[in-house]
Design a protein around this ligand. Structure first.
Ligand code: GCU
Length: 651
């Protein structure tokens, strides 16, 4: 079967632009020419004077290294940028505009809002993907490199077309064999992959294991202040850069969920990160150090420990201690990619350290690419979130570059959702999340609706009615998913380990620190300063006050901050327990509707996609019913309060 080419599947055929001009400048020109042939097959190369489509290098400071302009006048189109890399972004944008019949403006300028626009693969050398829901790894199989370079090249094209500029290709949990990726013979294989991404201007990074000086170097310690350890990393960096001079650097998960780190040696994260930074610095490399650090061996009996506090407690005191080539990577919320969480207080908190935000495109907690769940609305909420650290312009999207001392070292990263499956993402409709992620982090102002509209036009040939149906399914899917799963920002309630399907008490008496504390009177975690864990105090004053007080705390995250009686009346006017019943009935009904209306698209989408989505919607319906009934029954049993509308709740 031909591989699904996603948002690059359509070609520009019926346009008046039949000739193009590209100056031969650098090695990326080869890529530009190749893409012209693929995307604009009826366009012939020509000289500047008589071509209707021109790609020109210019010197316009405001465009920076990656921005571009598309000028449309006198029947001609001129794409211009300061670099060939910028021209490539411009070419993909033009392709998209012409395919979706977007009306071309006389001058369209596009410059990315975030400098680092990255993806993290959680791929293992054995071919599995941690939290992967689209088949095995694109890169590895059975402890070997797949060497499927054509597929990797297709992938690089897809990423470039949505504006991504960097990626890691191995899991943040770096297992035994992958620890050796920083050495030969693995390095040559890594290089072969890095070369392909470089054809598209993407920079490759590796996740490394902090204990590599021991396992790879044969030392007795990985202490960041030990001289031999420093030498080990400096030598490793020399070897890597001798092989791959354009290598990006390291991504590090340290002292997190059992991974080694500086804490083992009574050192801190700045010691660890700066040690690696010094090794990479002579080569222009970067250390991306994750803030996902918390006590994963918690005693559920001990209510004084709060996992939500951990990232801020660990990293805020270190603000300003990190080298210029260190970037901290912070998950969007304080816990772990739940469908609804407050925004991490480190955004707006950190002001003296380069940092990037981390999203999860992979749907670990949002239906695992068996359920349709459009994540754009959530990501928009996070980027637009006003931290209230200043009177004006204190949204996360604005503070990321502003609060990073080196703007070039700020931005957004995400756990990607692709695998070897023919359609890349397992669920065909999960493609929209990858597409949207790229588009959003390039242009933070783009709306969920715009992204969805573009993706639909690039992907299918729908009638207006068909488009309406599919738009409704995708646009409502995030709210629907939230409705039938854990309520009011409480999170988790998923099956332990694999995290799919309901298990309300699955983590309640476990060591992971993700509790809901439901009892016969109420539910929720008291994170107030007054008499809770104090997490609320990690925010700027205005947000702190808002979250601290039950009168002002928003409904959708209220159980994240407060333990409330089931009879507590929300701002919506409903009691907590009635809200739970209502949303769970509504959520399931919505999925029933998706299943029905999808059938109307049978003749509008290709057979593979039709069947793929139909099968997954059937599974979503089964699972949503399970969620609905388990949650409703659980809270009915705990509270003894009947549904006002007398719907069926199993006792
Ligand atoms: C989650 C996820 C893990 C992952 C971790 C991380 O806890 O379940 O599989 O390793 O996040 O982000 O490091």
């Amino acid at each position: 079967m031909m591989r699904d080419t996603a948002w690059l599947s359509k070609k520009v055929h019926d346009s008046p632009y039949t000739s193009y001009y590209i100056e031969d400048t650098d090695e990326l020109t080869v890529t530009l020419l190749r893409e012209m042939a693929k995307l604009f097959p009826q366009c012939e190369r020509s000289n500047q004077e008589d071509s209707s489509l021109q790609f020109k290098l210019v010197e316009i400071e405001a465009l920076g290294k990656e921005g571009f302009e598309i000028l449309h006048m006198d029947g001609k189109i001129i794409v211009q940028a300061n670099t060939t890399n910028g021209l490539l972004y411009g070419m993909f944008q033009l392709h998209q505009d012409l395919v979706t019949k977007n009306e071309l403006k006389p001058v369209f300028r596009s410059v990315p809002d975030q400098a680092v626009r990255m993806l993290n693969h959680w791929d293992n050398f054995d071919g599995s993907v941690e939290r992967g829901y689209a088949g095995d790894s694109l890169f590895y199989d059975n402890n070997q490199f797949r060497k499927n370079y054509d597929t990797i090249r297709e992938y690089a094209r897809l990423l470039k077309a949505i504006g991504i500029n960097a990626l890691t290709i191995n899991n943040v949990n770096v297992h035994k064999e992958e620890t050796f990726f920083i050495t030969q013979p693995y390095l040559s294989e890594v290089k072969a992959i890095a070369e392909i991404f470089k054809e598209y201007g993407l920079t490759l990074y590796l996740s490394i294991n902090f204990a590599a000086p021991i396992s790879v170097g044969g030392l007795t310690t990985a202490d960041p202040l030990d001289e031999d350890v420093n030498k080990f990393w400096a030598d490793a960096a020399n070897e890597i850069y001798a092989e791959i001079p354009y290598f990006g650097g390291f991504v590090v998960k340290a002292d997190s969920e059992g991974e080694p780190g500086p804490f083992v040696y009574d050192r801190n994260h700045d010691d660890g990160a700066n040690m690696l930074a010094r090794a990479l610095q002579p080569h222009g490399g970067i250390v991306i150090w994750r803030c996902f650090v918390y006590n994963h061996l918690q005693d559920w009996r001990d209510r004084s420990i709060d996992r939500a506090r951990a990232a801020y407690d660990n990293f805020m005191p270190l603000d300003g201690n990190f080298d210029d080539n260190v970037i901290l990577q912070i998950k969007n919320g304080p816990i772990d990619f739940q469908v609804r969480e407050p925004v991490s207080p480190l955004f707006g908190g950190l002001t003296k350290t380069n940092h990037v935000l981390e999203f999860q495109v992979a749907q670990e907690y949002t239906g695992q690419q068996k359920h349709v769940c459009y994540l754009m609305p959530m990501w928009k909420d996070v980027l637009d979130f006003d931290t209230k650290h200043h009177k004006e312009n204190a949204t996360v999207k604005e503070l990321l570059p502003k609060n990073s001392p080196n703007i070039q070292r700020s931005g957004i990263s995400a756990v990607v959702n692709v695998g070897i499956d023919n359609n890349w993402t397992g669920h065909k409709l999960a493609q929209v999340n990858l597409y949207g992620y790229g588009k959003l982090i390039w242009n933070n102002a783009i709306t969920s609706e715009e992204v969805l509209d573009q993706w639909l036009d690039l992907t299918f040939d729908l009638t207006p009615k068909g488009k309406e149906i599919l738009t409704e399914i995708i646009a409502t899917s995030y709210q629907t998913y939230e409705n039938y799963t854990a309520p009011l920002g409480i999170g988790f309630m998923v099956r332990p380990n694999h995290h799919y399907g309901p298990d309300i008490d699955g983590y309640e008496y476990d060591r992971w620190g993700t509790y809901h504390f439901a009892d016969r009177n109420g539910i929720g975690v008291n994170r107030t300063l007054k008499d809770g864990t104090g997490y609320a105090r990690q925010y700027a004053d205005a947000r702190f006050e808002e979250y601290e007080n039950i009168e002002t705390c928003p409904d959708d995250i209220v159980l994240f901050f407060h333990h409330l009686p089931y009879t507590h009346v929300l701002h919506s006017g409903k009691t907590v327990v009635q809200h739970i019943y209502d949303t769970h009935f509504e959520g399931y009904e919505k999925v029933e509707e998706y299943v029905k209306v999808w059938e109307q698209l049978k003749d509008e989408v290709d057979e593979a996609s039709y069947n793929n989505v139909r099968e997954r919607l059937a599974e979503q319906k089964r699972c949503a019913l399970e969620w609905r009934d388990q949650i409703n029954t659980y809270f009915y049993r705990k509270s003894g309060i009947a549904d006002e509308h007398k719907r069926q709740i199993y006792g």
